[in-house]
Design a protein around this ligand. Sequence first.
Ligand SMILES: [Zn+2]
Length: 612
Amino acid sequence: VDSFRSSKLSYADRRKVILVIFVIVAVIYIVRLFQIQVIDESYKISAANSSLRNLTVYPARGLIYDRNGKLMVYNEVIYDLMVTPNQVRVLDTAAICTLLEMQPSDVKERIEKARVWSPYRPSVFEKQISKAEFARIQEQLFKFPGFYVQARTQRYYPYQIAPHTFGYIGEVNQSDLDRDGYYRPGDYIGISGIERAYEKELRGQKGMRKVWVDKFNNEIGRVAEGKYDTSAVAGLDLYTTIDLDLQRYGEELLQNKSGSIVAIEPATGEILALVSHPGYDPNLLVGRVRTKNYGMLQQDPNKPLYNRALQARYPPGSTFKMVNALIGQQLGVLTAQTTYPCAMGFHFGGLTVGCHAHPSPLDLSQSIQHSCNAYYCRAFRAIIDANGSKPAREGFEEWRRQVLSFGFGQALESDIPNQSSGNIPTAAYYDRYHGKNRWKSITIISLSIGQGEITATPLQLANFAATIANRGFYVVPHVGKALGRKDSLLQKYTIHHNTSVNRSYYDLVVDAMENVVIAGTGRVARIDSISVCGKTGTAQNPHGEDHSIFIAFAPKDNPKIAIAVVVENAGFGATWAAPIASLMIEKYLRREITAPNRLDLEKRMKEVRLSP
Ligand SMILES: [Zn+2]
């Protein structure tokens, strides 16, 4: 402070000096700007030797997590080789062919194809170059004006699971381009599964950088200091309802078999596991190898691309008896006390629907416990003919209306695309088949035990199990839980779809399903100290061994999981589908299987080979 005071300059002088310095700096700055923008020819010269390039900045696609925040799908950087046809100069054909490992005709064809799209705008010359290839090409690329490399990302699946549910990404086609102005040729889009259902949220927003590049392809500056650039906005991360561990476990249990497993949290409709086997490693449908691998999977006689969980239609067999038990109660033709006899089946005129040995007569609850065919033949006739003298058609229409209220016969439209609707036949169908009003309840008696024209998908069967678990309603099964953050929950699927059957009629069915597992046809599904309610089924298969079906939920009170398991060519439902369902339930509720007898069961399920 003292030395400052001893300075010879007064305060006013010092102020002048500072002002002068400011003015000088400002003048220099303005002059330099003038030189750059108006006088300096070197800028014009360099502009002649350079060109403007619009670089698309691809946003990172949103990641996909499981319900517990475990990462299931992420992105890896890959590179596209781009070409701007009118910038391609004196092409050393041999050299570029060597560099890209291509035939000269191929190189020429690709440039011409790009020219058709636009001679001035860059388009993709070679897609999805790996990191190793990128390093090799990048070193040489300065020799080839008109070419440059652009980074983008592609999917990577650390666990080779749930290929059908994730779906895959591919290049946009013409109809995508026509439908949505966001896309440019060569862009990528979700084609199936989650990638398709959440395309808009996952894709984010592309950005743009305008840059000058010299004739050697080196970026030499930004246009207008980035004034016209837009930055990319990353896609939103998707938190799914899938339980990664349960999904993996289900895929292991179905190995060496064909079939599916659908597990749902009943109260919310959240899908915990969606297994279709055989499947494939989702990494096969990523990048340049996608087309080739897709063709290979299409040729595979085991149909790994076919999503059985959503698309396969099976006669639901005895699992459908509960639908008739519920509708019969609602219509007042069945009560807890309704008994019917069974003499190894139902006999009417020359018609016999066989049954197995069990006590007789049975009441409604026992009819479920022992899965009696004769009981349901008689119960179904009572349902259809409830109106007495009126034609069967009217009773049938009422029955059908109620069946549809359980979600059968329709796709359960949600964020899982490509569902089959299954089939609940119409009166018109029987009119065509038998003649108008020339059919009766006895004509369509197979519907009583879930056979004949009725078909359902594994998803619909799991939804049915969830409906019983909820005592009368379902929430549309779905896989999206939250977007962006784990706690920003999607509220898309919250509606309770009530069935036509009053809540009070469910208790008898639930108790009976518990008895199925305690002392009925599904004993193999028992788990110590967990109350499992279940029902076996067998889907007739005209092409070979029957399909084994089991639907279940647990615990009985306040259920946490409802499940449907279908194992193809496996015979009776209790043999394979029931143990697999019970292992899945235990895995979900306890997180691990520890009892020696259960581990033994697990081993047997994994090891068995059931071929078509
Ligand atoms: Zn029977």
